[in-house]
Write a protein that binds this ligand. Structure first.
Ligand code: KIV
Length: 271
């Protein structure tokens, strides 16, 4: 479908209007065609092809191993499913941090090869030159502050960030810088709700919370957490709307026993 025939496609302009009118922004991750189609049909405002694909799709402990090629593959799958939601794609670890030209080339590849509307990158002042290089190419950026999983080895744990005043002050100044540079929104991950509320009031760009309370302009969750796909992962900030782990295992064991007992396929399922 061309950009001219799409009805009500969510854009960075929509984000701006939603913040101005107080309408909350809903975002979920997706990494494949089928899940993205369900999210889009469910009316989600944006789909993030997060580098959390490294965890939920590939089974890595951290997001660090996923490559740009792998992110592009996931984003292409998602892109084919999406008609209304805005498509945002994470630039993975090591593809934008230290070199603005590398950041520019990584973001351009994502935009050219996936049909994304924006990229997401983690960090503040330390990645300012990369932010500028990407924005100068006309590519919208969703920023990401607080618990930035690509820096997990520096943090040493997945604990709450910006609890102490010095870190909270740096986060506020990073958020303001990213807004000034031209990022269209900022994800705030695992920070105190009060700090997220303050930032939401002070910034003109939408704040998107994950473990940052309900006063942000929007919320983002990993779709596998919302659907309850992993029985061993229960972060405090993620609400399970389904217990798909149990449902899927139940369905599969039923299929296994039907095959063993020769009750599948039955007459109606045969030719
Ligand atoms: O990679 C990801 O899924 C994310 C969101 C959780 C914000 O960055």
């Amino acid at each position: 479908m061309s950009i001219h025939t799409e009805i009500n496609k969510v854009t960075t302009e929509t984000f701006k209007k939603m913040k101005a009118s107080g309408k909350k922004i809903s975002i979920l991750t997706a990494y494949d065609f089928s899940m993205a189609r369900l999210a889009d049909e469910g009316g989600i405002d944006a789909i993030l092809v997060g580098d959390s694909a490294a965890n939920v799709m590939a089974g890595y402990e951290t997001t660090l191993p996923i490559t740009l090629d792998q992110m592009i593959y996931h984003a292409q799958c998602v892109s084919r499913a999406v008609s209304r939601a805005m498509l945002v794609v994470d630039l993975p670890f090591g593809t934008y941090q230290s070199d603005p030209m590398q950041a520019y080339h990584s973001a351009v590849r994502v935009m050219k090869e996936t049909g994304a509307a924006a990229v997401k990158i983690e960090g503040g002042l330390e990645i300012a030159e990369s932010v500028k290089a990407i924005l100068n190419a006309g590519i919208p950026i969703m920023a990401h502050l607080g618990l930035t999983p690509q820096s997990i080895n520096q943090f040493g744990s997945f604990k709450l960030r910006a609890k102490e005043e010095a870190e909270a002050e740096k986060l506020i100044s990073d958020a303001k810088l990213l807004e000034e540079l031209g990022c269209f929104s900022v994800v705030l991950e695992k920070i105190p709700a009060k700090l997220a509320e303050k930032l939401t009031k002070e910034l003109t760009i939408p704040t998107i919370g994950i473990g940052a309370g309900n006063q942000c302009d929007g919320q983002v969750l990993v779709i596998h957490d919302l659907l309850g796909m992993n029985k061993n992962f229960k972060p405090k900030f993620a609400r399970k709307y389904l217990n798909l782990h149990e449902e899927i295992v139940k369905a599969i064991s039923q299929y296994v026993s039907d095959v063993k007992e020769q009750t599948f396929p039955n007459e109606n399922e045969s030719f």
